[in-house]
Design a protein around this ligand. Structure first.
Ligand SMILES: N[C@@H](CCC[C@H](N)C(=O)O)C(=O)O
Length: 297
């Protein structure tokens, strides 16, 4: 059996996150271990944020992001806030620079405990999402679901926040749509060769919208930070909103700012639940019996 790794079970507005401390070791969390952890109600998660030793000078760590189906993701906004809270508790520092498969990003914890993550620049080219065919205007692409003459959802905006997002705009309560039914069909639609995160957005003012997301590789979630960013920039890009938007997801509000330098800043909370250790090969785990404490290590 492999040496166990320490983890913290956390959440970012209800997006279920496992922060795993893989520093000082060469192995990775195996897809089978992720699937096993997700199969246990106590450790059920949306993403594992595996903290590895830094690969690039000037960064704190390399973060590997693993969906609950064992696949890798390029971005996870809520997970990054959990990583920041765990490392801030461990080190006493508030400013961090991380590397992910999608590049370098910075984040900081505010004095009130809220955490801002610079999610980088959005990309809108059809090859960047990616889409399987050329669309020169990705503010609205041809895609619909439901009866051909009365589609339930149609004409989404698409954007990449490092990972692929499709945002379907609706004029009524986002809870009136059966996202559990449409999500998997749209996630796996042939237009998305790398699958996609699927969101439904209802703009309620120039600075606010509500959002529900079916996550690629994880399913229905209570929050998706990168989807909130993709929805905010798409809202501004299509003239529906200003560049600063409060995006209310089922777990609560996230503030998204599309800055003049084109970077997208996401601000929200993170919450520690419990700590333990698991075998990164099998996913066998146990809860720490010691007094409650926070931090990945
Ligand atoms: N929960 C995340 C996004 C997770 C990644 C996604 N499922 C994918 O495969 O792209 C967030 O908060 O951004």
């Amino acid at each position: 059996m492999a040496v166990r790794t320490q983890f913290a079970k956390m959440n970012g507005l209800g997006n279920e996150i496992i922060v795993a401390d893989m520093r000082g070791r060469a192995d990775h969390v195996a897809p089978g271990a992720a699937i096993a952890l997700n199969g246990d109600p106590a450790t059920k998660f949306d993403q594992i944020m595996a903290i590895h030793a830094p690969r690039t000078q000037g960064t704190e760590a390399y973060i590997e992001i693993i969906n609950s189906d064992g696949t890798q993701a390029q971005a996870c906004g809520n997970g990054m806030r959990c990583v920041v809270q765990a490392l801030a508790a461990e080190t006493g520092r508030r400013e961090f620079t991380f590397e992910t498969i999608a590049g370098i990003l910075t984040a900081h914890e505010h004095a009130d405990g809220m955490i801002s993550v610079d999610m980088g620049k959005p990309r809108f080219g059809w090859q960047d999402i990616p889409l399987a065919e050329a669309f020169h205007d990705t503010r609205q692409i041809e895609l619909q679901i439901g009866p051909i003459d009365a589609p339930v959802l149609h004409s989404p905006s698409v954007a990449s926040m490092g990972n692929p997002h499709a945002i379907f705009w609706v004029n009524q309560d986002v809870w009136t749509y059966d996202l559990e039914r449409f999500g998997p069909l749209l996630e796996n639609h042939p237009i998305f060769p790398e699958r996609s995160n699927i969101s439904i957005a209802h703009v309620t003012s120039r600075n606010a919208m509500t959002l529900r997301t079916w996550e690629r590789g994880a399913g229905l979630t209570r929050a998706c930070g990168s989807a909130a960013c993709a929805a905010a920039v798409s809202g501004a890009r299509t003239g529906r909103t200003e560049r600063t938007v409060t995006v209310t997801v089922p777990g609560g509000p996230l503030v998204i700012e599309w800055l003049d330098n084109d970077h997208v800043m996401m601000t929200g909370p993170a919450e520690w639940e419990f700590s333990g250790s698991f075998d990164p090969q099998s996913g066998q785990w146990q809860r720490d019996e010691t007094a409650p404490s926070q931090g990945a290590a």
